[in-house]
Design a protein around this ligand. Structure first.
Ligand SMILES: *Cc1c(COP(=O)(O)O)cnc(C)c1O
Length: 362
């Protein structure tokens, strides 16, 4: 067996070994076609089947009704930051944003380029260490939408429940926690996610959008930037990122083989608790960045009292086969990203390493 690292990368991130092996088997010759899926026309029956089946799997796994389109787009979640206001923020309306951290901030910045925005709630005064209380969210009049970041990848915080925004569409950036836990899709007007954390490799962005919202784009909007273009063409208006969609297909089947999203959520909780316990039982040697009631099940952020020790932690962890434990440059410290494909074994190994490191340096 090849030597697999304990991969805690934030994104692109670990993929299930089984998925990589399946892809490898089909890499050169896809189901006897004499070519890989990458070398085929996106209009071929074989690719159309991948495209349709991947949508169907996502619908089934997340309970997505016929009220929604499931789209496979390009440009990453970062393009969505601009694309949803371009489509949904009319000149007389306000885009409302819940400010939870670095990614919410990037979404807001793009929204401001397109139209009028407002901050519906913010935890910036707390250094984004928590998710604002749902009761603190104020939806402005004329709101076109309320935007949230369901999991803040850099700060390591996550919405534990979602706000009820009544008639105002709730839009969520779920890039770093899509399919990590059950979600009631009907609460949302739109959900989007770059694939490279929980869904597959980079290159495809999943958009789940209520059908009525996908029909309201301004007439002047360029073709490729309109949701209705992609909806009408089954995400095949132009050449799709076919290999990435194929990989998402395999990842969805892998989630299914684990028993679905609910089971995966259980596995995630058990995995992440190993690391949070190592923090909580360290007597203050490790300090969690996020408030306990806002802790993410996908990105565990923590610090040690000296930056010297943090550097040493990263260095020694790398020598022992761990990858990706350095915190994001904007908040510093340490971060373990524990997405769906990160194994229980990796998390167990990290918890042991943390205890051992503390013993030697505490
Ligand atoms: C990674 C990430 C993004 C950026 O995704 P790209 O696909 O690189 O544009 C946006 N939002 C969140 C929450 C992320 O974790």
């Amino acid at each position: 067996m090849t030597n697999r690292a304990y991969n805690f990368n934030a994104g692109p991130a670990a993929l299930p070994l089984e998925v990589l092996q399946q892809a490898q088997e089909q890499f050169v010759d896809y189901h006897g076609a004499g070519m890989s899926i990458m070398e085929m026309s996106h209009r071929s029956a074989a690719y159309e089947q991948v495209n349709n089946e991947t949508q169907a799997l996502l619908r089934e796994m997340y309970g997505i009704s016929d009220n929604y389109h499931v789209l496979f787009l390009q440009g990453g979640a970062s393009t969505q930051f601009a694309m949803f206001p371009m489509n949904l923020l009319a000149p007389d309306r306000v885009g409302a944003y819940v400010m939870t951290g670095s990614w919410a901030d990037k979404a807001l910045k793009e929204g401001k380029l397109i139209g009028e925005t407002a901050i519906a709630a913010s935890s910036e005064a707390d250094e984004y260490r928590r998710i604002p209380a749902l009761s603190d969210i104020v939806i402005p009049e004329r709101a076109a939408y309320v935007h949230i970041t369901s999991n803040e990848t850099i700060e390591g915080t996550q919405f534990q429940a979602f706000p009820d925004t009544k008639d105002v569409p709730l839009i969520a950036d779920m890039s770093s926690d899509i399919l990590s836990r059950p979600v009631d899709i009907n609460k949302f007007g739109m959900i989007y996610a770059g694939a490279q954390k929980n869904l597959g490799p980079s290159g495809v962005t999943v958009v789940i959008i209520r059908k009525d919202l996908a029909e309201s784009s301004p007439k002047t909007l360029p073709t490729m930037l309109r949701y209705d273009t992609h909806a009408k063409n089954n995400s095949l208006y132009n050449t799709p990122p076919s290999f990435s969609v194929f990989m998402v297909n395999l990842v969805l089947k892998w989630i299914q083989s684990k028993g679905g999203v609910e089971q995966v959520a259980e596995l995630n909780r058990a995995k992440t608790n190993l690391i949070y316990n190592a923090i909580d039982q360290s007597g203050g040697f490790y300090k969690g960045f996020a408030h306990t009631d806002s802790r993410s099940m996908m990105n565990v952020t923590f610090r040690i009292h000296s930056e010297e020790l943090e550097k040493q932690f990263v260095k020694e962890s790398e020598q022992q086969g761990f990858v990706g434990l350095k915190g994001h440059r904007s908040v510093g410290g340490l971060r373990a990203s524990t997405y769906n494909a990160v194994t229980h074994e990796s998390c167990q190994a990290l918890a042991s390493f943390m205890a051992d490191f503390q013993k030697r340096n505490g």
